[in-house]
Design a protein around this ligand. Structure first.
Ligand SMILES: Nc1ncnc2c1ncn2[C@@H]1O[C@H](COP(=O)(O)OP(=O)(O)OP(=O)(O)O)[C@@H](O)[C@H]1O
Length: 217
């Protein structure tokens, strides 16, 4: 498998505070990587840099030119009276005029994320797992071949966590989706992820998930 991301000598400082320095790593196409590290190690900062939302202090990174990036945040701030249905919420990431092709695409992603049967449920009434899967469906509308998830299982119950992880596994195995998954949940990462990238002490270490020995919690 080819490398789809090459990060070289990446350093980040906020004011004079060094978050990480000289970070080097590569990700392979179709890899499933847990981005691990204690609070404040810079996981979200690294993701924001990779998504071009923040400039690193030093260093470079390069995605393969065929990469289409999707991003799934941790769901939050959806009030109980939020009016949109799950289907309408997912469709926010599609053109306003819903042609048949677009409607079919939305339906396909609702199906892919096990939301089709409850597509008319209001987002405000949906469970945490359903809301989180709606965010995933939204991201999938962009046809990404790499997806970054930032603590997407953090506030889910155990069953909803497993369901989301099984979806990621399916996307990885059936659609060769490359996955980068920020998490503090080591047991979950050990069960579903294949590789790890561990940010700690201002540096990054990479390896096979089954060999991860860090114990930072
Ligand atoms: N825009 C900013 N300006 C100044 N400091 C920042 C900024 N963004 C993040 N930081 C600091 O950078 C450090 C790394 O934050 P970051 O959110 O990347 O860590 P993290 O590994 O994602 O942590 P957590 O696991 O708690 O989410 C923290 O000390 C944070 O306070």
């Amino acid at each position: 498998m080819k490398d789809i991301l090459n990060v070289k000598n990446l350093s980040m400082k906020f004011d004079n505070k060094v978050i990480f320095k000289n970070v080097n790593f590569k990700l392979k196409e179709g890899s499933m990587t847990a981005l691990l590290g204690p609070n404040g190690a810079g996981k979200t900062t690294l993701i924001r840099i990779l998504m071009n939302l923040l400039d690193p202090t030093e260093g470079v990174f390069k995605f393969d030119k065929e990469i289409r990036l999707g991003y799934v945040p941790q769901f939050r701030n959806i009030d109980e009276d939020y009016p949109l249905s799950i289907k309408a919420f997912v469709g926010l990431n599609a053109p306003t005029i819903k042609t048949k092709r677009i409607k079919d695409h939305i339906k396909h992603e609702l199906e892919e994320t096990n939301l089709l049967e409850i597509q008319n449920t209001r987002m405000g009434k949906a469970s945490g797992g359903q809301k989180q899967r709606a965010y995933l469906a939204q991201a999938l509308l962009d046809n990404p071949n790499m997806i970054i998830l930032d603590e997407a299982t953090a506030s889910l119950d155990p069953r909803a966590k497993e369901e989301l992880m099984n979806l990621l596994k399916h996307l990885n195995e059936k659609h060769q989706m490359t996955v980068l998954f920020v998490t503090h949940d080591l047991p979950l990462a050990k069960k579903y992820m294949k590789e790890y990238l561990y940010l700690n002490h201002q540096t990054a270490e990479q390896g096979k998930m089954q060999d991860f020995k860090g114990d930072y919690e």
